[in-house]
Design a protein around this ligand. Sequence first.
Ligand code: SF4
Length: 476
Amino acid sequence: MNPLRADLISPLDMFKIGVGPSSSHTVGPMIAALEFRRLASEKLAALAKDKSGSKGEPYKLIVELFGSLSLTGRGHQTDGAICGGLDGLNPQSSPIDQIWSTQEKLNAAPTLDFAGVPVHFRPQDDIVWQEWLMDEKPLPHPNTLRFRLKQGAQIIYEEIILSVGGGFIEPIDRVTGERRPAGSQTVGDDTVNVPYPYNSAQEYVEQCNKSGLPPWQIVIANQEARGLDEKTLRQKLAAILEVFDQCIERGLNTDGILPGGLNVRRRAKGLNEKMLSGKQSTWASPFGLKPSVYAIAVNEENAAGGRVVTAPTNGSSGLIPAVWRTLKESHNLDLTTLQNGLIVASVIGALVKVHASISGAEVGCQGEVGTSCAMAAGGAAAMLGGSPEQIEQAAEIGIEHHLGMTCDPIKGLVQVPCIERNAMGAVKALNAVELSLACDGSHLISLDRALIVMKATGMDMHQKYKETATGGLALG
Ligand code: SF4
């Protein structure tokens, strides 16, 4: 059972600054490793006080990766990200080069420092790529990690942590066996009574209409009730928008071959130059190639392991920056409006997270690029003055036309089909906004209904189409 409610999820949970190439297979495992480092350090500090606990053989750490993490983790640099987290680095602000060099460093000198206690850990031997069963039982989630701190043959401390998409993690409580959200702002007092409760799109629309507040203000008021004031929220959203732009610029100014062995050549720079030359005369839409080029620029940065923002995942990190940048340029949108759009987009993402999933390993790419398209469409509708009903309709169009989309990344890399898929999603999002703003918001299928169908479709989807690189395009 997912204990989260949509109105408790912060925009800062949905949009997290991190590193590529994957939020569920890179950022989540890195945060999980960091969380384990914290918990294990506390445990070792307690043991050190107890003389008997500090004697005996040296400590040793084993990290096991199960399910989709095991099948596609090498392509997603899961092992490198775990090494960074275990060494105390974080995906948000630690230098990228330092993160990606930690694995090599630990292979050469295999000792972690957990609160002054040396722990043996050589990634090439101590990261174990497991299968779909844990102790003969089905996994609690397709992206499961188990950290075991040992002394000789004895297990001193163990954590099972799930990476549930978008950089969110959920450790399994060792006493109750329940999943608890951790490592993000959703941790905390979830019994706080927010002034505008909602846990469905319908309730959100009703709260907007009943209160007469702008759609983003509902979220701001709820976040303030939980201790995140508007000024801080807006400052952090401004930083996120800055990372969007930096990422687009880096992507537009870098060429070469992406890492991973698939020999995918970066395209954003060349396409942008072509677009700016004005020589291309066959544009089929008013925006031309713009949203596609911006999305490709970000996703190429993501594929190269650069600094990106989950939106809501890394695989789908290019779509929202592309739509925001395109609309900022075409409509001269100011910072406040762009922030407002992100806030509303986060509501859509939170509803998907609670009622379906934003994990490709759980429901396929409908949960990543599909969700991002819905978020972009809803947020953009808000930025362009849409009513709550039009926002809901735009988001519904965005998800409805991604239902059933599989996740089949070739070689487990977040490159093909992922990069171009963001471009297509950005174009669809802009079209969804156009359609919703041209209508009065009344439509047959509600967003809430579409999310039920999305989840059911994801559950029916064969495992080979859910981030395992064992089906579809991944077979070549
Ligand atoms: S196909 Fe979609 S869900 Fe799968 S890795 Fe690529 S972007 Fe993520």
